[in-house]
Design a protein around this ligand. Structure first.
Ligand code: NAP
Length: 266
């Protein structure tokens, strides 16, 4: 599996990880899919206290070397609530330390200094390794970084896929310049990419995919990770999809192909 730098930490994480939103209802099948993904190299799993999928991640990652990212909900951004939420996530995940702990969405009603104070305490107490954010704009990212005294924000998790390109205006370049990893969520636009509305664009992905012996979905993921700071976290509830997604990092689109695909979906 191709790896990417996590912020400026020197740590490398898989360029393609696994999302787990909506997992947990079909426990056995979800665990099988996640385990297949882990074996195929997607040793990076994203969850959140809000998803209810932490126990599934626990089962799937048991005894495995997996980089685990979870999130604290905005309603828990007061100092004490952050600490409590983290303790609960540690328990549900069955780990001593969370690799990446992310603020799920900005919450302007609680001073970011208070939230980040708690996050730094969690780092010094050894309960989390790295601090990340999610759904933060450039200005909110700058504000969040200023609220930290001795840690850096290593990642910002935002929606990014061929149909949703808003972050290309500003945030993508900002992250590249500042050495912040951009974790692309909903890389398949929640599956909307394949719902029949984008036939011409999918034909292009198929045509380019033929050259590499890969599927349109793999081309779509590869297009995302072709951008320097981007890692992607597709969700796959089936073993076949998980293995397909893991193999999407195994080739490199040319600059010309990256541009053609980008324009076709504009
Ligand atoms: P997504 O990954 O864009 O799309 C998931 C859909 O694509 C599912 O229907 C899945 O089907 C299908 N799929 C997966 N692999 C495929 C393949 N190779 N070929 C064709 N279809 C495929 O959607 P998402 O769950 O919204 O996003 C991924 C993750 O991002 C989430 O699970 C979550 O961890 C994270 N996320 C974060 C936020 C946030 O606010 N931070 C918000 C949304 C999502 P099957 O399940 O049947 O395999």
């Amino acid at each position: 599996m191709r790896t990417k730098k996590l912020g400026r930490t020197g740590e490398e994480i898989p360029a393609i990880g696994q999302g787990t939103w909506k997992m947990g209802h079909e426990m056995a099948a979800d665990i099988l899919a996640l385990k297949a993904g882990i074996e195929a190299g997607m040793r990076f799993i994203d969850t959140a206290e809000m998803y209810g999928s932490e126990p599934v991640v626990r089962e799937a990652a048991l005894g495995e070397d997996v980089f685990i990212a979870t999130k604290v909900s905005p309603s828990h951004f007061s100092h004490d609530a952050v600490i409590k939420a983290c303790d609960q996530s540690l328990k549900k995940l069955g780990v001593k330390r969370i690799d990446l702990y992310q603020l799920h969405w900005p919450n302007p009603s609680i001073p970011i200094e208070e939230t980040m104070g708690a996050m730094e305490e969690l780092v010094s107490d050894g309960k989390i390794r790295y601090i990340g954010i999610s759904n933060f704009s450039v200005d909110q990212t700058i504000e969040a970084q200023h609220a930290l005294k001795s840690n850096e924000i290593v990642s910002n998790q935002v929606e990014y896929n061929l149909l949703s390109r808003g972050i290309e205006d500003e945030l993508l370049d900002y992250c590249r310049k500042e050495g912040i990893t951009l974790i692309a969520y909903s890389p398949f636009a929640r599956g909307e990419m394949f719902d029949g509305r984008y036939k011409a664009q999918l034909r292009l992905l198929a045509e380019i995919g033929n050259k590499y012996g890969v599927t349109p979905a793999q081309v779509a993921l590869n297009w995302l990770i072709s951008k320097a700071p981007v890692v992607a976290i597709p969700k796959a509830a089936s073993r076949d999809h998980a293995m397909e997604n893991a193999a999407a990092a195994g080739f490199e689109l040319t600059k010309n192909e990256v541009d053609r695909i980008g324009s076709a979906f504009e």
